[in-house]
Design a protein around this ligand. Structure first.
Ligand code: NAD
Ligand code: FES
Length: 276
């Protein structure tokens, strides 16, 4: 069992942070890599990119939004309890080097995934401008950590409750207009990554996105996580999860993410009925 040593609730209990004892994974993990977790013997495998790794304590931190049966099961786990299995670190680490000005764009819980990459870019000597967006001020996560890892942190909310009233793309356009940007890293909902990539293409700025297709084995065997990059099929679990945003077929990814929506809802409803 992989024991939970810290559990926090954010955004009115809809977003959960778990710090988990996993010394072997913590020892090897690099920014951008993910783990696959199973809550119990009946659970499905869920991929989550690590938000934090503490090599000294031997822990990893994940942050997830409760959106379906498995994440609702994860959310029932308390401090002292744990995950039955965790496999990782998986996937390719982020390519981090000194490039100049790097803009890190996070949407919703995607900010958790963006955080170690932002810190890596900052520690490598880049000027880091971070843009974090959420539906409202309560859904902004890792604000202090993102602030500490950035030269400038800009907040956007859909309802204007904090920072700029608008999407991250509105703020990004202003940054691109006024700065010489070497790279944009964008992680969040697929439509956000699509529109960030369309915008940066106008400015000819290299853009990295982290894709989150449905995964089954996480080791390149099942083909479940296939994505189309520059017209070629790639497996997000072994070739990614990060790719050149200007080459990604985002519409294909959105279609594949919807493929099991009916089954997912049915499974979630069955869990509700069992609990009732
Ligand atoms: P959300 O829908 O509230 O969006 C967060 C922010 O993204 C918005 O405030 C806005 O600034 C921006 N955004 C959304 N749609 C946009 C668009 N069409 N154009 C420009 N900007 C847009 O996010 P949420 O409810 O917190 O959901 C988090 C999403 O992030 C989920 O879909 C989840 O699957 C995804 N996610 C992705 C990764 C990854 O690795 N790619 C990791 C964690 C979460
Ligand atoms: Fe099976 Fe990637 S999850 S090939």
């Amino acid at each position: 069992m992989y024991k939970i040593v810290k559990r926090e609730e954010m955004a009115h209990g809809t977003i959960i942070l778990n710090e988990i004892e996993a010394p072997q994974i913590a020892k090897k993990a690099k920014p951008g890599q993910f783990v696959m977790l199973i809550a119990d013997e009946t659970g499905e495998r869920i991929p989550l990119t690590m938000a934090e790794v503490n090599k000294e304590k031997g822990t990893i931190t994940i942050i997830y939004m409760i959106i379906g049966k498995s994440t609702r099961l994860f959310a029932t786990l308390k401090v002292g309890e744990g995950y039955k299995d965790i496999v990782g670190p998986l996937g390719q680490p982020t390519h981090i080097e000194k490039k100049g000005t790097v803009v890190c764009v996070g949407g919703g819980t995607g900010t958790a995934v963006l955080h170690p990459i932002t810190r890596g870019m900052y520690e490598a000597g880049n000027k880091v401008i971070s843009i974090v967006g959420a539906r409202n001020t309560d859904y902004i996560i890792m604000r202090d950590q993102m602030d500490a890892a950035s030269d400038e942190l800009r907040i956007c909310t859909d309802d204007g409750s904090e920072g700029r009233h608008g999407f991250v793309t509105d703020e990004l356009r202003e940054v691109l207009e006024n700065n010489e940007v070497a790279e944009v890293v964008a992680i969040g909902p697929v439509p956000m990554m699509k529109f960030v990539s369309l915008l940066t293409k106008e400015y000819n700025v290299p853009t990295t996105v982290s894709l989150n297709p449905i995964m089954i084995d996480g080791t390149g065997m099942c083909g479940g996580c296939r994505v189309t990059i520059g017209g070629k099929t790639k497996f997000a679990c072994v070739d990614g999860p990060e790719f050149d945003g200007h080459q990604v077929d985002f519409d294909g990814l959105m279609r594949r993410l919807q493929a099991y929506r009916v089954e997912e809802e049915h499974s979630d409803n069955c869990m509700f009925e069992k609990e009732a």
